[in-house]
Design a protein around this ligand. Structure first.
Ligand code: ADP
Length: 500
Protein backbone atom coordinates (compact mmCIF):
# COMPACT_ATOMS: atom_id res chain seq x y z
CA UNK A 1 0.00 0.00 0.00
CA UNK A 2 1.29 3.45 -0.93
CA UNK A 3 1.63 6.17 1.68
CA UNK A 4 -1.62 8.15 1.67
CA UNK A 5 -3.52 5.52 -0.34
CA UNK A 6 -7.27 6.25 -0.13
CA UNK A 7 -8.10 2.78 1.26
CA UNK A 8 -5.73 3.28 4.19
CA UNK A 9 -7.45 2.66 7.52
CA UNK A 10 -6.66 5.73 9.65
CA UNK A 11 -4.43 4.77 12.57
CA UNK A 12 -4.90 1.02 11.95
CA UNK A 13 -2.23 -1.56 11.14
CA UNK A 14 -2.41 -2.72 7.52
CA UNK A 15 -3.32 -6.43 7.06
CA UNK A 16 -0.09 -6.97 5.05
CA UNK A 17 1.92 -5.86 8.09
CA UNK A 18 0.25 -8.38 10.36
CA UNK A 19 0.91 -11.15 7.82
CA UNK A 20 4.58 -10.18 7.47
CA UNK A 21 5.14 -10.03 11.23
CA UNK A 22 3.85 -13.57 11.55
CA UNK A 23 6.91 -15.24 10.03
CA UNK A 24 9.75 -12.92 8.96
CA UNK A 25 12.61 -14.78 7.26
CA UNK A 26 16.25 -14.13 6.43
CA UNK A 27 17.35 -14.16 2.77
CA UNK A 28 20.45 -16.10 1.77
CA UNK A 29 21.32 -16.80 -1.85
CA UNK A 30 17.82 -15.86 -2.98
CA UNK A 31 16.18 -18.32 -0.56
CA UNK A 32 14.07 -17.31 2.44
CA UNK A 33 15.20 -19.18 5.51
CA UNK A 34 14.93 -19.54 9.27
CA UNK A 35 17.98 -19.16 11.51
CA UNK A 36 20.01 -22.20 12.52
CA UNK A 37 20.47 -20.71 15.99
CA UNK A 38 16.70 -20.40 16.55
CA UNK A 39 14.90 -17.10 16.91
CA UNK A 40 14.71 -14.02 19.10
CA UNK A 41 11.96 -11.61 20.10
CA UNK A 42 11.53 -8.12 18.70
CA UNK A 43 9.48 -5.83 20.91
CA UNK A 44 7.05 -2.98 20.27
CA UNK A 45 8.56 -0.04 22.19
CA UNK A 46 5.15 1.63 22.55
CA UNK A 47 3.88 -1.04 24.96
CA UNK A 48 6.69 -3.57 25.49
CA UNK A 49 4.76 -6.40 23.80
CA UNK A 50 6.46 -8.99 21.58
CA UNK A 51 6.00 -7.83 17.99
CA UNK A 52 7.63 -10.69 16.10
CA UNK A 53 10.03 -13.58 16.38
CA UNK A 54 13.00 -13.17 14.10
CA UNK A 55 15.55 -15.76 12.89
CA UNK A 56 18.79 -15.96 14.85
CA UNK A 57 21.65 -16.65 12.43
CA UNK A 58 24.38 -19.14 13.33
CA UNK A 59 27.99 -18.81 12.20
CA UNK A 60 27.15 -21.36 9.50
CA UNK A 61 24.33 -19.07 8.28
CA UNK A 62 26.78 -16.17 8.12
CA UNK A 63 29.18 -18.38 6.17
CA UNK A 64 26.43 -19.39 3.71
CA UNK A 65 25.44 -15.75 3.23
CA UNK A 66 29.00 -14.64 2.52
CA UNK A 67 29.52 -17.55 0.11
CA UNK A 68 26.27 -16.68 -1.66
CA UNK A 69 27.42 -13.06 -2.01
CA UNK A 70 30.83 -14.19 -3.28
CA UNK A 71 29.20 -16.56 -5.80
CA UNK A 72 26.96 -13.71 -6.99
CA UNK A 73 30.09 -11.64 -7.70
CA UNK A 74 30.95 -14.29 -10.31
CA UNK A 75 27.45 -14.72 -11.76
CA UNK A 76 25.07 -12.71 -13.98
CA UNK A 77 25.42 -9.68 -11.69
CA UNK A 78 29.08 -9.31 -12.65
CA UNK A 79 28.19 -9.37 -16.35
CA UNK A 80 25.43 -6.80 -15.98
CA UNK A 81 25.99 -3.32 -17.39
CA UNK A 82 25.80 -0.23 -15.23
CA UNK A 83 22.58 0.66 -17.06
CA UNK A 84 21.06 -2.69 -16.12
CA UNK A 85 22.00 -2.13 -12.48
CA UNK A 86 20.38 1.32 -12.66
CA UNK A 87 17.21 -0.26 -14.00
CA UNK A 88 17.01 -2.75 -11.14
CA UNK A 89 17.65 -0.06 -8.56
CA UNK A 90 14.93 2.20 -9.99
CA UNK A 91 12.53 -0.75 -9.88
CA UNK A 92 13.45 -1.27 -6.22
CA UNK A 93 12.79 2.39 -5.41
CA UNK A 94 9.35 2.07 -7.04
CA UNK A 95 8.59 -1.07 -5.02
CA UNK A 96 9.56 0.70 -1.80
CA UNK A 97 7.07 3.44 -2.61
CA UNK A 98 4.38 0.95 -3.65
CA UNK A 99 4.80 -0.80 -0.30
CA UNK A 100 5.53 2.44 1.54
CA UNK A 101 2.74 2.45 4.10
CA UNK A 102 3.46 -1.14 5.05
CA UNK A 103 7.18 -0.42 5.49
CA UNK A 104 6.44 2.74 7.48
CA UNK A 105 4.13 0.88 9.84
CA UNK A 106 6.63 -1.94 10.38
CA UNK A 107 9.27 0.66 11.18
CA UNK A 108 7.13 2.48 13.70
CA UNK A 109 6.04 -0.76 15.32
CA UNK A 110 9.60 -2.07 15.78
CA UNK A 111 11.43 1.21 16.49
CA UNK A 112 8.75 3.28 18.19
CA UNK A 113 9.31 6.38 16.06
CA UNK A 114 6.61 8.66 14.71
CA UNK A 115 4.76 7.23 11.72
CA UNK A 116 5.36 10.61 10.02
CA UNK A 117 9.11 10.10 10.38
CA UNK A 118 8.81 6.55 9.11
CA UNK A 119 6.90 7.72 6.05
CA UNK A 120 9.10 10.71 5.25
CA UNK A 121 12.56 9.48 6.15
CA UNK A 122 12.57 5.71 6.30
CA UNK A 123 10.42 5.26 3.19
CA UNK A 124 10.33 8.34 0.96
CA UNK A 125 13.90 9.47 1.48
CA UNK A 126 15.16 5.87 1.15
CA UNK A 127 13.43 5.57 -2.24
CA UNK A 128 14.97 8.90 -3.30
CA UNK A 129 18.39 7.78 -2.06
CA UNK A 130 18.22 4.64 -4.18
CA UNK A 131 17.24 6.70 -7.24
CA UNK A 132 20.11 9.11 -6.62
CA UNK A 133 22.64 6.28 -6.27
CA UNK A 134 21.16 4.39 -9.24
CA UNK A 135 22.43 7.20 -11.48
CA UNK A 136 26.00 6.55 -10.40
CA UNK A 137 25.95 2.99 -11.77
CA UNK A 138 26.38 4.46 -15.28
CA UNK A 139 28.95 7.08 -14.26
CA UNK A 140 31.83 5.00 -12.98
CA UNK A 141 35.02 6.19 -14.62
CA UNK A 142 38.80 6.02 -14.40
CA UNK A 143 41.52 8.28 -15.81
CA UNK A 144 44.19 8.11 -18.47
CA UNK A 145 47.63 8.89 -17.11
CA UNK A 146 50.85 10.05 -18.72
CA UNK A 147 53.79 7.88 -17.64
CA UNK A 148 57.32 9.32 -17.65
CA UNK A 149 59.42 6.25 -17.14
CA UNK A 150 61.07 4.74 -20.27
CA UNK A 151 62.69 1.44 -19.33
CA UNK A 152 63.99 -0.34 -21.35
CA UNK A 153 65.00 2.65 -23.51
CA UNK A 154 62.68 3.19 -26.43
CA UNK A 155 59.66 1.73 -24.68
CA UNK A 156 56.66 3.96 -24.22
CA UNK A 157 53.79 3.56 -21.81
CA UNK A 158 50.26 4.69 -21.44
CA UNK A 159 48.44 4.01 -18.21
CA UNK A 160 44.83 4.17 -17.22
CA UNK A 161 42.80 3.41 -14.12
CA UNK A 162 39.81 1.14 -13.86
CA UNK A 163 37.33 1.33 -11.02
CA UNK A 164 36.24 -2.14 -10.02
CA UNK A 165 33.73 -3.30 -7.38
CA UNK A 166 35.50 -4.14 -4.14
CA UNK A 167 33.51 -7.38 -3.83
CA UNK A 168 31.48 -8.73 -0.92
CA UNK A 169 30.34 -5.98 1.46
CA UNK A 170 29.41 -6.58 5.10
CA UNK A 171 26.89 -3.88 6.04
CA UNK A 172 26.13 -3.56 9.75
CA UNK A 173 23.39 -1.14 10.70
CA UNK A 174 22.00 0.48 13.86
CA UNK A 175 18.46 0.72 15.21
CA UNK A 176 17.79 4.47 15.00
CA UNK A 177 16.98 4.69 11.26
CA UNK A 178 16.86 1.00 10.36
CA UNK A 179 15.55 1.07 6.78
CA UNK A 180 17.29 4.30 5.86
CA UNK A 181 20.69 3.12 7.13
CA UNK A 182 20.35 -0.19 5.27
CA UNK A 183 19.66 1.78 2.08
CA UNK A 184 22.55 4.21 2.68
CA UNK A 185 24.83 1.18 2.55
CA UNK A 186 23.16 -1.12 0.04
CA UNK A 187 22.40 1.48 -2.65
CA UNK A 188 25.96 2.71 -3.34
CA UNK A 189 27.29 -0.84 -3.01
CA UNK A 190 24.87 -2.03 -5.71
CA UNK A 191 25.62 0.97 -7.94
CA UNK A 192 29.29 0.03 -7.71
CA UNK A 193 28.53 -3.58 -8.68
CA UNK A 194 29.22 -5.14 -5.27
CA UNK A 195 27.21 -7.77 -3.44
CA UNK A 196 26.07 -7.37 0.16
CA UNK A 197 25.44 -9.25 3.37
CA UNK A 198 23.36 -7.00 5.60
CA UNK A 199 23.23 -7.43 9.39
CA UNK A 200 20.57 -5.11 10.84
CA UNK A 201 20.39 -4.23 14.55
CA UNK A 202 18.75 -6.89 16.68
CA UNK A 203 16.23 -4.34 18.05
CA UNK A 204 14.95 -3.43 14.57
CA UNK A 205 15.59 -6.11 11.93
CA UNK A 206 12.09 -6.18 10.43
CA UNK A 207 12.19 -3.49 7.75
CA UNK A 208 15.51 -4.92 6.50
CA UNK A 209 13.87 -8.35 6.21
CA UNK A 210 11.00 -6.79 4.24
CA UNK A 211 13.45 -4.76 2.13
CA UNK A 212 15.26 -7.88 0.89
CA UNK A 213 11.93 -9.38 -0.14
CA UNK A 214 11.43 -6.30 -2.32
CA UNK A 215 15.00 -6.63 -3.62
CA UNK A 216 14.18 -10.17 -4.74
CA UNK A 217 10.89 -8.99 -6.27
CA UNK A 218 12.74 -6.26 -8.19
CA UNK A 219 14.69 -9.00 -9.98
CA UNK A 220 18.20 -8.71 -8.54
CA UNK A 221 20.06 -12.00 -9.12
CA UNK A 222 20.17 -14.45 -6.21
CA UNK A 223 22.87 -13.70 -3.66
CA UNK A 224 23.37 -10.04 -4.61
CA UNK A 225 21.81 -8.92 -1.32
CA UNK A 226 21.55 -11.29 1.63
CA UNK A 227 20.42 -10.58 5.17
CA UNK A 228 21.35 -12.34 8.39
CA UNK A 229 19.76 -11.38 11.71
CA UNK A 230 20.94 -11.64 15.28
CA UNK A 231 23.03 -9.75 17.81
CA UNK A 232 26.55 -8.39 17.91
CA UNK A 233 28.05 -11.89 17.65
CA UNK A 234 26.47 -12.30 14.21
CA UNK A 235 27.95 -8.96 13.16
CA UNK A 236 31.34 -9.96 14.57
CA UNK A 237 31.27 -13.27 12.65
CA UNK A 238 30.50 -11.36 9.49
CA UNK A 239 33.32 -8.84 9.96
CA UNK A 240 35.80 -11.69 10.63
CA UNK A 241 34.70 -13.79 7.65
CA UNK A 242 37.57 -14.18 5.16
CA UNK A 243 35.15 -13.88 2.23
CA UNK A 244 34.18 -10.31 3.14
CA UNK A 245 36.09 -7.66 1.20
CA UNK A 246 34.73 -4.47 2.75
CA UNK A 247 32.98 -3.50 5.98
CA UNK A 248 30.60 -0.58 6.32
CA UNK A 249 29.15 0.21 9.74
CA UNK A 250 26.95 2.77 11.44
CA UNK A 251 26.62 2.61 15.21
CA UNK A 252 28.30 3.50 18.46
CA UNK A 253 31.92 4.58 18.66
CA UNK A 254 32.81 1.72 21.03
CA UNK A 255 31.43 -0.93 18.66
CA UNK A 256 32.98 0.87 15.69
CA UNK A 257 36.41 0.67 17.32
CA UNK A 258 35.95 -3.10 17.81
CA UNK A 259 34.82 -3.57 14.22
CA UNK A 260 37.60 -1.42 12.80
CA UNK A 261 40.21 -3.22 14.87
CA UNK A 262 38.98 -6.64 13.75
CA UNK A 263 38.71 -5.62 10.10
CA UNK A 264 42.24 -4.26 10.16
CA UNK A 265 43.58 -7.68 11.19
CA UNK A 266 42.67 -8.77 7.64
CA UNK A 267 43.37 -5.32 6.14
CA UNK A 268 39.75 -5.05 5.06
CA UNK A 269 38.74 -1.48 4.18
CA UNK A 270 36.23 -0.03 6.63
CA UNK A 271 33.80 2.88 6.58
CA UNK A 272 32.60 3.88 10.04
CA UNK A 273 29.84 6.36 10.88
CA UNK A 274 29.88 6.59 14.67
CA UNK A 275 28.64 8.60 17.62
CA UNK A 276 28.31 12.32 18.16
CA UNK A 277 27.78 15.03 20.75
CA UNK A 278 26.82 17.87 18.46
CA UNK A 279 27.10 21.50 19.56
CA UNK A 280 24.50 24.06 18.52
CA UNK A 281 26.06 27.50 18.86
CA UNK A 282 23.51 30.32 19.08
CA UNK A 283 24.67 33.93 18.84
CA UNK A 284 22.94 37.06 20.12
CA UNK A 285 22.03 38.05 16.56
CA UNK A 286 20.28 34.81 15.61
CA UNK A 287 16.70 34.79 14.37
CA UNK A 288 14.88 33.62 17.49
CA UNK A 289 11.94 32.37 15.44
CA UNK A 290 14.26 29.52 14.39
CA UNK A 291 14.22 28.10 17.92
CA UNK A 292 11.18 25.99 16.91
CA UNK A 293 12.93 23.98 14.17
CA UNK A 294 16.16 24.07 16.17
CA UNK A 295 14.36 22.22 18.94
CA UNK A 296 12.03 19.92 17.00
CA UNK A 297 14.54 18.90 14.33
CA UNK A 298 17.92 19.79 15.77
CA UNK A 299 17.56 18.26 19.22
CA UNK A 300 14.47 16.09 19.46
CA UNK A 301 14.13 14.57 15.97
CA UNK A 302 13.59 10.82 16.41
CA UNK A 303 13.26 11.50 20.17
CA UNK A 304 16.92 12.52 20.27
CA UNK A 305 18.06 9.18 18.86
CA UNK A 306 20.13 10.67 16.05
CA UNK A 307 23.91 10.74 15.97
CA UNK A 308 23.86 14.46 15.06
CA UNK A 309 21.33 15.44 17.77
CA UNK A 310 22.14 18.86 19.21
CA UNK A 311 22.95 17.55 22.67
CA UNK A 312 24.96 20.63 23.73
CA UNK A 313 23.44 24.08 23.26
CA UNK A 314 25.71 27.07 23.67
CA UNK A 315 23.73 30.30 23.86
CA UNK A 316 25.31 33.76 23.92
CA UNK A 317 24.66 35.75 27.08
CA UNK A 318 22.59 38.53 25.43
CA UNK A 319 19.74 36.18 24.40
CA UNK A 320 20.34 33.48 27.00
CA UNK A 321 17.38 34.07 29.33
CA UNK A 322 14.88 34.67 26.54
CA UNK A 323 16.09 31.67 24.50
CA UNK A 324 16.07 29.29 27.47
CA UNK A 325 12.56 30.36 28.43
CA UNK A 326 11.37 29.86 24.82
CA UNK A 327 13.07 26.46 24.59
CA UNK A 328 11.42 25.31 27.82
CA UNK A 329 8.03 26.33 26.43
CA UNK A 330 8.61 24.57 23.12
CA UNK A 331 9.81 21.32 24.69
CA UNK A 332 6.99 21.30 27.23
CA UNK A 333 4.47 21.53 24.39
CA UNK A 334 5.82 18.58 22.36
CA UNK A 335 3.15 15.85 22.48
CA UNK A 336 4.43 12.59 24.00
CA UNK A 337 2.96 9.24 22.99
CA UNK A 338 3.11 6.21 20.68
CA UNK A 339 4.52 6.75 17.20
CA UNK A 340 1.49 5.28 15.44
CA UNK A 341 -0.38 8.50 16.32
CA UNK A 342 1.12 11.09 13.95
CA UNK A 343 0.41 13.93 16.40
CA UNK A 344 3.02 12.66 18.86
CA UNK A 345 6.50 14.17 18.49
CA UNK A 346 8.18 12.48 21.44
CA UNK A 347 7.89 8.74 21.10
CA UNK A 348 9.14 5.74 23.06
CA UNK A 349 12.85 4.93 22.94
CA UNK A 350 13.82 1.83 21.04
CA UNK A 351 14.27 -0.65 23.89
CA UNK A 352 14.02 -1.18 27.63
CA UNK A 353 17.84 -1.30 27.70
CA UNK A 354 18.12 2.07 25.99
CA UNK A 355 15.40 3.55 28.20
CA UNK A 356 17.49 2.49 31.22
CA UNK A 357 20.62 4.01 29.63
CA UNK A 358 18.96 7.39 29.01
CA UNK A 359 17.31 7.43 32.45
CA UNK A 360 20.69 6.69 34.05
CA UNK A 361 22.32 9.50 32.05
CA UNK A 362 19.70 11.96 33.34
CA UNK A 363 20.21 10.79 36.93
CA UNK A 364 23.98 10.99 36.55
CA UNK A 365 23.66 14.54 35.17
CA UNK A 366 21.76 15.58 38.31
CA UNK A 367 24.25 13.76 40.55
CA UNK A 368 27.10 15.56 38.76
CA UNK A 369 25.56 18.91 39.65
CA UNK A 370 23.59 19.92 36.53
CA UNK A 371 20.15 21.50 37.03
CA UNK A 372 17.15 19.93 35.26
CA UNK A 373 14.82 22.60 33.86
CA UNK A 374 11.73 20.52 33.11
CA UNK A 375 9.38 18.35 35.11
CA UNK A 376 7.46 16.50 32.40
CA UNK A 377 5.86 13.10 32.64
CA UNK A 378 5.86 10.34 30.07
CA UNK A 379 3.42 7.44 29.65
CA UNK A 380 4.30 4.56 31.97
CA UNK A 381 3.58 1.83 29.37
CA UNK A 382 6.38 1.25 26.88
CA UNK A 383 9.90 2.64 26.80
CA UNK A 384 9.20 6.37 27.22
CA UNK A 385 11.52 8.93 28.77
CA UNK A 386 10.25 12.50 29.23
CA UNK A 387 12.39 15.18 27.51
CA UNK A 388 14.82 17.06 29.71
CA UNK A 389 16.95 20.19 29.40
CA UNK A 390 19.85 20.90 31.75
CA UNK A 391 21.74 23.99 32.82
CA UNK A 392 25.00 24.22 34.69
CA UNK A 393 26.61 20.98 33.51
CA UNK A 394 30.39 21.04 34.06
CA UNK A 395 32.30 20.77 30.74
CA UNK A 396 34.00 17.54 31.81
CA UNK A 397 30.92 15.72 33.14
CA UNK A 398 29.32 12.75 31.39
CA UNK A 399 26.33 14.82 30.27
CA UNK A 400 28.68 17.05 28.24
CA UNK A 401 31.05 14.32 27.07
CA UNK A 402 29.14 11.05 26.53
CA UNK A 403 26.51 10.31 23.93
CA UNK A 404 23.07 10.02 25.61
CA UNK A 405 21.12 9.40 22.39
CA UNK A 406 17.80 10.44 23.87
CA UNK A 407 15.58 13.51 24.42
CA UNK A 408 18.14 15.33 26.57
CA UNK A 409 20.23 18.45 25.99
CA UNK A 410 22.55 20.56 28.15
CA UNK A 411 22.52 24.36 27.82
CA UNK A 412 25.57 26.54 28.54
CA UNK A 413 25.94 30.36 28.23
CA UNK A 414 28.97 31.94 26.57
CA UNK A 415 30.40 35.40 25.87
CA UNK A 416 32.99 35.25 23.09
CA UNK A 417 33.59 33.38 19.83
CA UNK A 418 36.91 31.95 21.00
CA UNK A 419 35.38 30.69 24.22
CA UNK A 420 32.47 28.93 22.52
CA UNK A 421 34.56 27.33 19.78
CA UNK A 422 36.87 25.86 22.44
CA UNK A 423 33.86 24.46 24.34
CA UNK A 424 32.16 23.18 21.17
CA UNK A 425 35.29 21.25 20.16
CA UNK A 426 36.00 19.90 23.64
CA UNK A 427 34.68 16.35 23.03
CA UNK A 428 36.06 13.20 21.43
CA UNK A 429 33.34 13.41 18.75
CA UNK A 430 33.06 15.54 15.62
CA UNK A 431 30.05 14.54 13.54
CA UNK A 432 27.63 17.46 13.26
CA UNK A 433 27.52 21.05 14.56
CA UNK A 434 25.57 24.21 13.87
CA UNK A 435 26.08 27.95 13.97
CA UNK A 436 23.08 30.25 14.41
CA UNK A 437 23.65 33.87 13.40
CA UNK A 438 22.56 36.46 10.83
CA UNK A 439 26.15 37.67 10.47
CA UNK A 440 27.65 35.98 7.41
CA UNK A 441 31.12 37.29 8.26
CA UNK A 442 31.03 35.66 11.66
CA UNK A 443 29.69 32.41 10.23
CA UNK A 444 32.33 32.16 7.50
CA UNK A 445 35.04 33.04 10.03
CA UNK A 446 33.96 30.25 12.37
CA UNK A 447 33.10 27.40 9.98
CA UNK A 448 36.77 26.36 9.55
CA UNK A 449 37.26 26.34 13.34
CA UNK A 450 34.48 23.85 14.08
CA UNK A 451 35.69 20.25 14.26
CA UNK A 452 32.79 18.44 12.62
CA UNK A 453 32.06 16.55 9.41
CA UNK A 454 28.96 18.69 8.81
CA UNK A 455 28.41 22.28 9.91
CA UNK A 456 24.88 23.53 9.45
CA UNK A 457 24.16 27.25 9.48
CA UNK A 458 20.80 28.39 10.89
CA UNK A 459 19.61 24.78 10.71
CA UNK A 460 20.66 21.48 12.22
CA UNK A 461 20.33 17.76 11.54
CA UNK A 462 19.42 18.03 7.86
CA UNK A 463 21.29 15.36 5.88
CA UNK A 464 21.13 15.15 2.09
CA UNK A 465 22.18 12.43 -0.31
CA UNK A 466 24.36 14.92 -2.19
CA UNK A 467 26.26 16.15 0.92
CA UNK A 468 29.15 14.04 2.22
CA UNK A 469 28.29 12.69 5.65
CA UNK A 470 30.74 11.41 8.27
CA UNK A 471 32.82 12.38 11.23
CA UNK A 472 35.96 14.08 12.39
CA UNK A 473 37.79 12.58 15.39
CA UNK A 474 36.07 9.55 16.97
CA UNK A 475 32.86 10.12 15.01
CA UNK A 476 34.05 8.01 12.15
CA UNK A 477 36.19 7.10 9.23
CA UNK A 478 35.27 7.99 5.66
CA UNK A 479 32.17 9.65 4.24
CA UNK A 480 28.83 8.41 2.97
CA UNK A 481 26.54 10.06 0.36
CA UNK A 482 27.43 11.70 -2.93
CA UNK A 483 30.09 10.26 -5.19
CA UNK A 484 32.22 9.50 -2.12
CA UNK A 485 29.73 6.80 -1.16
CA UNK A 486 30.37 5.08 -4.46
CA UNK A 487 34.14 5.31 -4.00
CA UNK A 488 33.78 3.40 -0.73
CA UNK A 489 32.80 0.34 -2.77
CA UNK A 490 35.30 0.64 -5.64
CA UNK A 491 38.91 -0.47 -5.92
CA UNK A 492 41.27 1.45 -8.20
CA UNK A 493 43.32 -0.64 -10.61
CA UNK A 494 46.16 1.00 -12.55
CA UNK A 495 46.75 -0.59 -15.97
CA UNK A 496 50.09 0.16 -17.58
CA UNK A 497 50.42 -0.60 -21.31
CA UNK A 498 53.86 -0.70 -22.95
CA UNK A 499 54.37 -0.11 -26.66
CA UNK A 500 57.24 0.84 -28.86
P1 ADP B 1 24.05 0.12 20.56
O1 ADP B 1 25.17 0.06 21.55
O2 ADP B 1 23.45 1.46 20.50
O3 ADP B 1 23.03 -0.97 20.64
P2 ADP B 1 25.92 -0.78 18.56
O4 ADP B 1 26.78 0.23 17.94
O5 ADP B 1 26.55 -1.72 19.53
O6 ADP B 1 24.67 -0.02 19.14
O7 ADP B 1 25.22 -1.67 17.44
C1 ADP B 1 25.08 -1.31 16.09
C2 ADP B 1 25.14 -2.57 15.26
O8 ADP B 1 26.39 -3.23 15.48
C3 ADP B 1 24.08 -3.61 15.57
O9 ADP B 1 23.68 -4.21 14.34
C4 ADP B 1 24.81 -4.60 16.45
O10 ADP B 1 24.27 -5.91 16.45
C5 ADP B 1 26.17 -4.60 15.79
N1 ADP B 1 27.29 -5.04 16.64
C6 ADP B 1 27.42 -4.94 17.98
N2 ADP B 1 28.61 -5.43 18.39
C7 ADP B 1 29.27 -5.85 17.27
C8 ADP B 1 30.55 -6.44 17.02
N3 ADP B 1 31.41 -6.67 18.00
N4 ADP B 1 30.88 -6.73 15.75
C9 ADP B 1 30.03 -6.48 14.74
N5 ADP B 1 28.81 -5.93 14.91
C10 ADP B 1 28.42 -5.61 16.16
Amino acid sequence: MRIGAPDQAPGGVAPDVTAFLDAPQMLIGGQSCAGEAGSFDVFNPADGSVLAQVPEASEADVDRAVRAAAAAMQGPWAAMSGAARTGLMLKLADLIEENGEELAQIETLENGKSIMMSRLIEVMSSAEYIRYMAGYATKIRGETLDVSIAIPPGTQYTAFTRKEPVGVVAAITPWNFPLNMAVWKIAPALAAGCTVVLKPAEETPLTSLRLVELIREAGFPDGVVNVVTGGGAVGAALVAHPGVNKVTFTGSTDTGIKIGTRAMQDVKPVTLELGGKAPMVMFDDMDLSLLGPATGIGIFLNTGQTCCAGARLFIQRGIYDEAVSTLKGIVSSLPIGPGMDPANQINPLVSAKHQAHVTAAIERGIADGATPLLDLTAPSDGYFVAPQLFEGAAPSCALMQEEVFGPVAAITPFDTEDEVIAMANDVRYGLGASLWSKDINRVMRLVPKVQAGTVWVNSHNIPDQNMPFGGFKQSGLGREHGSTALDNFLETKAVCVAYS
